[in-house]
Design a protein around this ligand. Sequence first.
Ligand code: DQA
Length: 144
Amino acid sequence: MKVLVLNGPNLGRLGRRQPEIYGATSHDQLAARLVDFGSRIGVDVEVRQSDHEGVFIEWLHEAADAGWPCVINAGAWTHYSHAIADAAALVTYVEVHISNVYAREGFRHVSVLSAKAVGVIVGCGLDGYEYAISHLARGVDSRA
Ligand code: DQA
């Protein structure tokens, strides 16, 4: 099976952006780690990142057409983009945030993505992506 991991704005700067919050691992290193993790559990993992909302939405449409479950870290779009939420609703997805958004500014406490997510993982660092991939690989929709 294939799982598409989609990272939104500013996540391409992982390792350089606020490392005290997001850690020292670059996006390329994260992608390599997740592909390797997937290969060990029998999942074809593809990781993409974009700072462009339309591109991100087109990737969600592609995933919907292909039937790929997704791991979505939509970055700041999480907190206000109904266009991303509408596109995400077309796929099965786990929402991930590297940091504990609930321990941060109030605007980060709101997610327009959580209601339609299979599950939400926050504050577990980069491990959260592996937890999300594992969950999707089990094929369990915990909303059911
Ligand atoms: C984030 C949290 C968001 O509030 C922030 O805008 C990000 C990253 C996280 O992974 O912790 O870009 O989604």
